[in-house]
Each structure stands twice: as structure tokens, then as C-alpha cells.
Ligand binder design. Structure first.
Ligand SMILES: Cc1cc2nc3c(=O)[nH]c(=O)nc-3n(C[C@H](O)[C@H](O)[C@H](O)COP(=O)(O)O)c2cc1C
Length: 181
């Protein structure tokens, strides 16, 4: 059984949902999990007390949340001393090969900035959460949706996350984390 720490950053809520799903999957498969929003971490959080760590964040204009950037920079040594993973959530991850290359580059840019070398990286498709956007964001995101040929009715949200692929990622990551590590 692994003792797993999941820390996430979210702007419109999809990465929270993804982090909660990962936590549930890990618990359902017999692991112990602590789940925290990176903007509300307990002051005494100690990644070295866990056997594995997943950091999840989403991409906005090419960048991940500063809260997860800060967490990773502060705890990089502990992350690199145990199995650790980045889950990067974006709409590019839902696209074609060119879009997925953009998603990879955003993740790599985050890793280069923090200096963190995780054991695993998972690119997860996010959502259009029109219900969470202000007028300006809704206008921009509707334009992007139209350009991409995805639904752009702003009275609804559209989720592209592949939940089964996410479960598979958690299972593989935890299998590598192994007991006693
Ligand atoms: C203002 C804004 C900018 C965004 N910029 C990007 C981007 O540069 N690349 C991308 O792939 N997705 C981008 N997205 C899509 C988000 O990554 C996606 O909606 C994700 O689900 C957000 O996760 P969150 O709800 O956890 O914040 C953007 C979304 C918004 C609202």
C-alpha cells in the first residue's frame, strides 16, 4: 500500500475533479491518500512523509498555476526522492497530434522552470467550463471552441477528460510506487 499525496491547482474546477477522481481510484485500490488544493496547503505539509506524490495543474495561456509551481520548487528534493508524477490538464490534450505536442510542451516548460524531473507525466484533457467564465473568458473560449470545431453553446459545460485513461494512469503509477517505497 502506498501513502499517496495529491496536490492540485485549479482555476475553473476541472483539475479538482480530476484530483478527486485520482484520490478515489487510489483509495478504491487499497492506498492511503491525502488530497490538497495547492492554495490551501497545511503549513506543516511534508511530502517526505509520503511514499508517492502526484501534482496536478491546468494550463491557462500556456502556463500552470503559480500555486503548484511554488509547491514543486519548495519540495523538489522530496519529490525526486520518491515516485512522483505531473498531471497536466489542458484542452490541447484533447486535440490532434499537433495540439497534443503543444500540451507536452506546456508540461515540459513547467518542468524546466521548476527543475523537477518526475517519474511520470500524464496529459489529461480538460473541459470548457462556460458556467465558470466571466464575459471576456466566455467570448474567448467560445471563439476557440468554434475554431476547433467543438461544441460552443455557452449555456452548457463540455468535458473531454478520459476518466478510464486517468484510472489507468493512477493504477500504473501506483504499481511502480510499490509497497515500502
Ligand atoms: C482563459 C483560459 C486560457 C486557457 N489557455 C489554454 C492554453 O493555453 N492551452 C490549453 O491547452 N488549454 C487552455 N485552456 C483550457 C484549460 O486548460 C481547460 O479549460 C482546463 O480544463 C482548465 O482546468 P481547471 O478548471 O482545473 O482550471 C484555457 C482556458 C481558459 C479559461
Amino acid at each position: 500500500m502506498a501513502k499517496l499525496l495529491i496536490v492540485y491547482g485549479t482555476t475553473e474546477g476541472q483539475t479538482r475533479k480530476i484530483a478527486e477522481r485520482m484520490a478515489q481510484r487510489a483509495r478504491d485500490t487499497g492506498h492511503e491518500v491525502a488530497l490538497h488544493d495547492a492554495t490551501a496547503l497545511p503549513g506543516d505539509i511534508e511530502p517526505a512523509a509520503f511514499s508517492a506524490v502526484i501534482v496536478a495543474g491546468s494550463v491557462h495561456i500556456g502556463r500552470h498555476q503559480s500555486s503548484i509551481d511554488h509547491f514543486v520548487r519548495t519540495h523538489r528534493a522530496a519529490l525526486e526522492n520518491r515516485p512522483s508524477a505531473l498531471v497536466s490538464v489542458s484542452l490541447s490534450a484533447a486535440g490532434d497530434e499537433h495540439d497534443r505536442q503543444d500540451a507536452r510542451e506546456c508540461a515540459e516548460h513547467f518542468l524546466a522552470g521548476t527543475g523537477w524531473r518526475p517519474t511520470a507525466i500524464h496529459l489529461a484533457a480538460g473541459a470548457f467550463r462556460f458556467s465558470q467564465y466571466d464575459f471576456f473568458k466566455r467570448w474567448i473560449m467560445r471563439r476557440i471552441a468554434r475554431e476547433k470545431g467543438t461544441p460552443s453553446d455557452t449555456s452548457q459545460d463540455y468535458e473531454f477528460t478520459d476518466w478510464l485513461a486517468l484510472d489507468g494512469f493512477v493504477d500504473d503509477f501506483l504499481a511502480g510506487a510499490g509497497p515500502g517505497r
